[in-house]
Design a protein around this ligand. Structure first.
Ligand code: MG
Length: 337
C-alpha cells in the first residue's frame, strides 16, 4: 500500500517527529538542522544568527483573542527568542484563494503590522500567491525570521545545560489557544469565553536574560503541548523530569471542555506560553520577573529536573499516583496554528 500524509503528521507529536526524522533530516542532514531547535543557530562572520520559519493555516482565520496574522508574527518571534536571540526581521509569504475578501486581508495585515511593532521586529520582505477557488482554504501565511544571538546565550537552545535540581516554570494558563480555536469551530459560547493566549514573548524573555537568570533551556509550548516538550527533552537524557499535576495552571473551562471532547490538557497547544528551565537559585526571581508581564502574571513553578528516573518525564497526579508522560501519538485538533 502506498503510504500517504495523514493529518497526524502535522500534530507536532510523535508522527510529526517521525516524519521529520525519516524524510527531512534524512535528506537535509547537517549539524545546524539536526539540533531540531525552535530556530537554527548559525555563525555568519563574527555573528550568531537565529533563523526560523513557520507556516500558518489556522481555521478559522479570525478566532477569539487573535487572527492568523497575529499568530504568524508571534509564532516566528517566539521561535527566535526561545534560542536566546533578539528577533529582528521577518518575511511574510501569503497564499490566498481566489475570492478571499480584500477587507479580511487588510485586517490580517494590519494585525501583523501591529504585532510586529509591539515585538520590535520589522517585516522586510514577502511574497504573494493566489490559487483558484478551492485549491487552498482562504489564506495561508508563512513567516520566516532572523535574530541576533549573543555568544553568552549560545548553548541555551541545545538543551545541554539542563541539570538535576533545575526548576521547571511556565508563564501561565495552559491550553487556552487550542480551546479558543475549538470553541470558535464548534460555535460554543460561554459566559467567560476562553481567548487564545497568542502573544510575542520576546520582551519577557529578554528581561529574564538581562536580569542574569540562569536559563538552562526554554521552548514555546505550541502543538503537542507541555507533554510533548517534557517527553522530548527527557528522551535519551541522563536526567528525569517530575511535575506536579496540582501545580499546573489550567482554567476550569479548559478542563471542562477537555472532559467533553476527550482531550488531555497536557497536550493542548498554546501560542504565548513557554516552558522555562532555570537553576534552583534563579527560580524565584524568574517567576517575579515573568509576573510583571501580562503574558506572565500567572507564571508558576510546576516541577523540577531529577537525577532519578533518567529518560522519563513523570507526573505526580492529583490523586496521589504517578504516571509517565508520553509524546502525543495522534492528532488532537488539526489546523490550530
Ligand atoms: Mg517552537
Amino acid at each position: 500500500m502506498n503510504k500517504t500524509i495523514l493529518l497526524g503528521h502535522g500534530s507536532g507529536g510523535l508522527m510529526t517527529s517521525d516524519l521529520i526524522r525519516d524524510v527531512f533530516v534524512k535528506n537535509f542532514s547537517n549539524p545546524m538542522l539536526n539540533v531540531l531547535g525552535d530556530a537554527a543557530v548559525v555563525k555568519m562572520g563574527d555573528a550568531l544568527i537565529a533563523f526560523t520559519t513557520d507556516s500558518f493555516v489556522v481555521d478559522p482565520v479570525f478566532f477569539p483573542g487573535g487572527d492568523i496574522g497575529k499568530l504568524a508574527v508571534c509564532g516566528t518571534v517566539n521561535d527566535l527568542c526561545m534560542t536566546g536571540a533578539k528577533p529582528l526581521f521577518l518575511s511574510s509569504g501569503f497564499i490566498m484563494e481566489e475570492g478571499f475578501p480584500l477587507d479580511d486581508l487588510e485586517r490580517i495585515v494590519h494585525s501583523m503590522a501591529a504585532e510586529a511593532e509591539k515585538a520590535g521586529v520589522k517585516i522586510i520582505t514577502g511574497d504573494t500567491k493566489v490559487v483558484k477557488k478551492g485549491q487552498c482554504d482562504k489564506i495561508f501565511i508563512n513567516t520566516a525570521g532572523i535574530g541576533l544571538l549573543e555568544k553568552r546565550f549560545e548553548n541555551i537552545s541545545k538543551g545541554s545545560l539542563i541539570k538535576p535540581g533545575d526548576r521547571i516554570l511556565v508563564n501561565g494558563y495552559l491550553g487556552d489557544h487550542e480551546i479558543a480555536i475549538l470553541s470558535a469551530r464548534e460555535n460554543l459560547s460561554f459566559e467567560e469565553p476562553v481567548l487564545s493566549d497568542v502573544t510575542a514573548l520576546n520582551h519577557l524573555v529578554r528581561n529574564l536574560l538581562e536580569a542574569g537568570i540562569e536559563i538552562r533551556f526554554m521552548r514555546d509550548i505550541t502543538r503537542g503541548g507541555l507533554a510533548t516538550i517534557l517527553a522530548e527533552i527527557t528522551a535519551s537524557a541522563s536526567f528525569g523530569v517530575i511535575i506536579d499535576e496540582q501545580l499546573l495552571p489550567i482554567r476550569e473551562q479548559v478542563n471542562g471542555l477537555c472532559e467533553v471532547y476527550g482531550f488531555n490538557p497536557l497536550y493542548l497547544a498554546n501560542e504565548g506560553k513557554l516552558l522555562l528551565i532555570v537553576t534552583e537559585e534563579s527560580a524565584d526571581l524568574a517567576l517575579k520577573i515573568m509576573q510583571r508581564f501580562s503574558a506572565g502574571v500567572n507564571a508558576r513553578s510546576i516541577g523540577s529536573i531529577t537525577a532519578s528516573n533518567p529518560g522519563k518525564a513523570i507526573m505526580k497526579s492529583v490523586i496521589g499516583g504517578t504516571r509517565i508522560i508520553e509524546r502525543l501519538a495522534g492528532e488532537q485538533l488539526p489546523r490550530i496554528c
